[in-house]
Design a protein around this ligand. Structure first.
Ligand SMILES: Cc1cc2nc3c(=O)[nH]c(=O)nc-3n(C[C@H](O)[C@H](O)[C@H](O)COP(=O)(O)OP(=O)(O)OC[C@H]3O[C@@H](n4cnc5c(N)ncnc54)[C@H](O)[C@@H]3O)c2cc1C
Ligand SMILES: *[C@@H]1O[C@H](CO)[C@@H](O)[C@H](O)[C@H]1NC(C)=O
Ligand SMILES: *[C@@H]1O[C@H](CO)[C@@H](O)[C@H](O)[C@H]1NC(C)=O
Ligand SMILES: *[C@@H]1O[C@H](CO)[C@@H](O)[C@H](O)[C@H]1NC(C)=O
Length: 505
């Protein structure tokens, strides 16, 4: 007995040594991590990049995150009489798995983001009105549109189903060097085709009626992307998921995810505006001349600069939005002049003039969201009752019986325009955004790799702009930067991943 166990022990020791030597060899092959990484932009794209870069490169790398305005970027709140409301990115889909995991890992909570009845107004009349009875909605929908609603649901579900493959690829550490390759890996040529065609022509070809596209699909594009059904079919599908049930938001405001990610990543926030990026050769402490990126930024009236091994740009590269100049790159880094759609969010506390939409008596109006068709010729894209970021139940009227309404519009609303929709109001705040790209298929996405160790996170917005898309892009950029740093070519742009990972546990 004793002997056998000694033998077993020595055998285990040998095995352990063998395993260790493999382990040690493998880690000896890993290049030392970079000293410093810069991320430009502290929205969800930049802060999720910081979070994943920390996971990949370990505790020693210094991560600086530059932000010239507020952490959160297009996730922000506006205050109405002491309560905060989402002013930018608001709703999150139940299958947005990165956002879901952030909330869980960062100890945050969620609040339901939907509720209330929806109507569609065409400029003259309500062409569709939701009822609080599920069965009545079904009958209404079938009556108006046959089974197109159901088919639409299946069309979207099929795209979403494929898109979800990205989570499996990312959990196995695979990265992609372009948005097109990422989309191809999840859905093949069919997916790339969705970037090349308008939603309108895609749905027409699939047999959906003009009436259905105009009354059911167009209003959803308008509220989510401020654009017509001439946007590309991929972003169209992403937008349609915004009509699913189970939508949620982060309690306390979606932007809290960004500040928590930044904290968890131990990133160093630098309040400043990046002006220039230039590649220069530096002699590091180790004595070797190394190519690094100099990041020149302005804080207050001071202009400062610092050197980085890796730089991630996590803001739209657009002169009006980020105004970053790439100096002396050979070949030069292409100009990105794709324009962004302006959207103005206006929050109004007041009493709606429901007669604008319906002749029914005020107390029988009952809708809490009015969407509009494309031909409605109105100056608003949508109007809806909203709940504060800390409220768990459906919105309640304040003591004077009024609600807080959110209007999206392409332009800033005048007092007179607001008064068209309200009997009276006592409070209005607004925020104008360059909200998301103006989608014009065939849609090309900007490169992710701008230069050797210089990456662009926001190119993914040209496929579709959403919080989850930025989180996916942030993860991808972190993985890509890591694998390229370590020369792991076999982890980048792999074909047939779906088949390959299907058999793996
Ligand atoms: C009105 C509106 C409604 C939306 N609704 C939804 C929704 O319901 N659901 C959803 O999923 N998505 C929604 N979106 C989209 C979503 O908000 C965005 O896709 C997402 O927030 C983009 O995050 P980002 O980090 O990529 O970019 P941003 O949030 O824009 O972050 C970029 C950051 O970089 C900073 N920056 C820029 N230039 C510099 C510089 N030179 N130096 C330093 N810092 C710089 C900016 O100040 C900014 O904070 C909505 C957007 C808007 C505007
Ligand atoms: C999409 O259009 C581009 C031209 O804009 C073309 O090069 C590409 O092959 C098309 N892709 C698909 C999948 O149709
Ligand atoms: C962009 O930056 C340059 C140089 O930093 C500056 O001269 C110019 O005014 C800026 N443009 C905008 C639109 O902010
Ligand atoms: C409410 O809207 C209707 C229809 O636009 C309009 O006729 C009416 O004057 C408005 N009421 C008030 C009090 O503004």
């Amino acid at each position: 007995m004793g002997r056998a166990s000694v033998e077993l022990e020595s055998w285990l020791l040998t095995l352990w040594l063998l395993l260790c030597s493999w382990g040690c060899l493998a880690s000896a092959e890993l290049r030392a991590p970079p000293d410093k990484i810069a991320i430009i932009g502290a929205g969800i794209g930049g802060t999720s990049s910081a979070y994943y870069l920390r996971q990949k490169f370990g505790k020693d790398v210094k991560i600086d995150v530059f932000e010239r305005q507020e952490v959160g970027g297009r996730l922000a709140t506006l205050n109405v009489e002491g309560q905060d409301f989402e002013a930018g990115g608001s709703i999150i889909h139940p299958l947005n798995l990165h956002m879901k995991r952030f909330v869980k890992d960062l100890g945050l909570s969620t609040v339901p983001a939907s509720g209330g009845l929806v109507g569609v107004y065409n400029g003259e009349t309500l062409v569709f009105e939701e009822s609080s009875w599920f069965i009545i909605n079904m009958i209404k929908l079938v009556w108006h549109y046959g089974f197109q609603t159901l088919r639409m649901h299946m069309w979207v579900e099929d795209i979403l189903d494929k898109f979800m493959r990205i989570y499996r690829y990312q959990s196995h550490d695979y990265a992609f060097s372009s948005v097109e390759k990422l989309l191809h890996a999840v859905g093949g040529d069919d997916f790339l085709g969705l970037l090349n065609h308008t939603l309108h022509e895609t749905l027409q070809k699939a047999g959906f009626s003009e009436k259905f596209i105009n009354e059911m699909v167009a209003p959803i594009m308008k509220v989510n992307y401020g654009q017509s059904t001439d946007l590309s079919a991929f972003v169209g599908a992403v937008s349609m998921t915004g009509a699913d049930s189970g939508l949620w938001a982060v309690e306390g405001g979606n932007k809290v995810v960004c500040s928590r990610l930044l904290k968890a990543s131990k990133g160093n926030l630098i309040s400043g505006s990046v002006m220039f990026i230039e590649e220069k050769t530096r002699t590091k402490l180790t004595g070797n001349p190394t190519k690094m990126y100099e990041v020149v930024y302005q804080t207050g009236s001071e202009t400062l600069s610092d050197f980085y091994d890796i730089v991630l740009v996590a803001t739209p590269l657009n002169q009006k939005m980020s105004n970053i100049t790439f100096l002396n790159f050979d070949p030069p880094i292409e100009e990105f002049d794709q324009s962004y759609q302006q959207i103005v969010t206006t929050l109004i506390k007041g009493e709606l003039n429901s007669t604008v939409f319906s002749s029914r008596a005020k107390d029988q109006f009952g809708l809490s969201t009015v969407l509009v068709t494309d031909n409605s010729d109105l100056f608003i894209n949508s109007i809806a009752i909203v709940s504060p970021v800390r409220e768990e139940e459906n919105p309640l009227p304040s003591t004077d019986g009024t609600y807080v309404w959110k209007i999206f519009s392409p332009d800033v609303l005048s007092k007179k325009q607001i008064m068209k929709y309200f009997l009276s109001y006592d409070y209005a705040v607004k925020k104008a955004w360059r909200a998301y790209p103006l989608y014009k298929p065939p849609q090309k996405c900007p490169s992710i790799i701008l230069h050797d160790r210089l990456y662009y996170v926001n190119g993914i917005e040209f496929a579709a702009s959403a919080m989850e898309m930025s989180a996916i892009a942030g993860y991808n950029a972190a993985l890509l930067a890591y694998h390229r740093w370590n020369g792991n070519a076999d982890m980048i742009d792999q074909d047939g991943l779906y088949e390959k990972l299907k058999t793996e546990l």
